[in-house]
Design a protein around this ligand. Structure first.
Ligand code: FES
Length: 90
């Protein structure tokens, strides 16, 4: 496996703090799983990725412009689409 090629780096912001997260493509099933492991937020990801609770909503922000979009973290894969973006937990 080419580790460098599979490395994904992005920023994760919650409650006024921002951390740089470095992970790998196959390390988590989704962004929701990663956030649940990094941060202990009791109200986050209540349906464990079932897509019904909407508690895993985050803002995805491009690093090179001001474009933002609301997404469900359980529907976001840890892949190149996430690399270098900012994830803001609501
Ligand atoms: S974890 Fe419930 S909608 Fe994403």
């Amino acid at each position: 496996m080419n580790t460098e090629k599979n490395t994904i780096i992005f920023r994760l912001s919650y409650d006024g703090a921002t951390n740089v997260i470095q992970t790998h493509k196959d390390q988590y099933d989704s962004l929701m799983c990663l956030i649940s492991e990094y941060l202990n937020i009791s109200r986050f990801g209540v349906c464990y990725g079932g897509g019904s609770c909407k508690t895993c909503g985050v803002i995805l922000k491009e690093s090179h412009n001001f474009e933002k979009k609301f997404v469900l973290a359980c529907e976001v894969k840890i892949d190149d689409e996430l690399a270098n973006k900012s994830v803001i937990i609501l």
